[in-house]
Design a protein around this ligand. Structure first.
Ligand code: GZL
Length: 347
């Protein structure tokens, strides 16, 4: 607790300092090991250091990433690690890749607590199962930032959620789908990871919008593809076998849509024409498919959250209050403008 108190005092002087991180992205942790720590350890500031002394005080952040399931996830990881590696003087990043397993994320959080980091960041792979370890972090005086996915815990157990409005993304996708198919026809839905807030809420938003406003559109099948391209393709193959007359596919992320496009082509049909696609994320691959006439719409979900993440972590270390939800601003992109914007896309 003493270190935390000192950090809080010292951090008052950090407001002017640029927040930076040291790129110490640990190699991918194996599925069963505890998270790798960085090579460099910070010195605990001397308890009697004057409040104005910035010294070698660093913002020490532990981030428990889900894994590498999609191009979007890779873009987010790059954003976090690049920001840290470009600011090696005042921030130390301890990074763990949980290989999409909640138990590895929990292990990583416990390790960050043992190492007494200043702030813990987490993209919760699923919404439930976090109460115990979040309470341990709270008892240790370490605030938690939720990045890009929410957790189903009491709000007092985390400092803030930085991410998009997934329900609104789902509603926008429904409006785009309705426009593409003229408000009628049979469609299928490729869901994200079971239990993930991004999947649950994108489904809620889409299905409710369709039910409320488009009575002539029928969702004839809906199944998880776990946010991966391979599983998106596999599920779409089965959809096509049992539903030969579908006119559209809604995928909770672009990677699954790209897998579905492969399946549609292998079934001898034209993606983007015989079966239209609407998905979420805005990764480069879906823009390339739209330019090729094989995809129709992507609802953007910004993964470039690194700078905002570190900025928010610094505010927490400075003892500043932050909004409970720092909402990302996202756009919508359709195939008619894809060629004009593809070169300006940052991920
Ligand atoms: C959204 C994020 C989702 C992306 C997927 O914030 O959690 O996880 O939409 C990724 O591509 O796998």
């Amino acid at each position: 607790m003493k270190k935390r108190l000192v950090s809080s005092i010292l951090c008052a002087a950090m407001v002017a300092a640029t927040i930076a991180g040291c790129g110490s992205a640990a190699p991918e942790t194996a599925a069963t090991t505890a998270p790798a720590t960085t090579v460099e350890e910070t010195e605990t500031p001397k308890a009697d250091a004057p409040a104005t002394d910035v010294g070698s005080e660093k913002l020490v952040v532990g981030f428990a990433q889900i894994g590498q399931e999609s191009g979007w996830r890779d873009a987010e990881t790059m954003s976090i690690q690049t920001y840290a590696s470009e600011h090696t003087d005042t921030v130390e990043l301890k990074f763990a890749d949980a290989q999409q397993k909640q138990e590895n994320q929990i292990k990583a959080i416990k390790s960050f607590i043992e190492q007494d980091v200043d702030v813990i960041g987490l993209a919760p792979v699923v919404e439930t199962g976090w109460d115990q370890v979040f309470a341990e972090a709270q008892d240790a005086g370490i605030p938690i930032i939720l990045l890009d996915r929410t957790a189903d815990v009491d709000e007092s157990l985390y400092a803030t959620f930085i991410g998009s409005d997934f329900i609104e993304e789902g509603k926008e996708a429904a409006r785009q789908m309705a426009e593409l198919i003229g408000g009628k026809g049979k469609i299928v839905e490729l869901e994200g990871t079971v239990g993930a807030s991004a999947a649950t809420d994108r489904k809620t938003g889409f299905d409710e919008e369709i039910a409320a406003n488009y009575p002539d559109i029928e969702i004839v099948a809906s199944q998880t593809g776990d946010f991966t391209r391979a599983q998106g393709k596999e599920v779409m193959e089965s959809f096509l076998k049992s539903n030969p007359d579908i006119v559209g596919v809604y995928a909770h992320n672009d990677d699954m849509a790209l897998g579905a496009i492969e399946a549609i082509k292998e079934a001898g049909l034209k993606p983007g024409e015989d079966i239209v696609t609407v998905s979420v994320d805005g990764v480069k691959g879906i823009f390339e498919a739209m330019v090729a006439g094989e995809a129709n719409c992507t609802v953007e979900c910004n993964p470039l959250l690194g700078p905002l993440f570190f900025e928010t972590a610094a505010k927490l270390k400075n003892g500043e209050s932050v909004e409970k939800w720092v909402k990302s601003v996202d756009g919508v992109f359709t195939s008619d403008i894809a060629a004009d914007v593809i070169d300006s896309r940052a991920y």
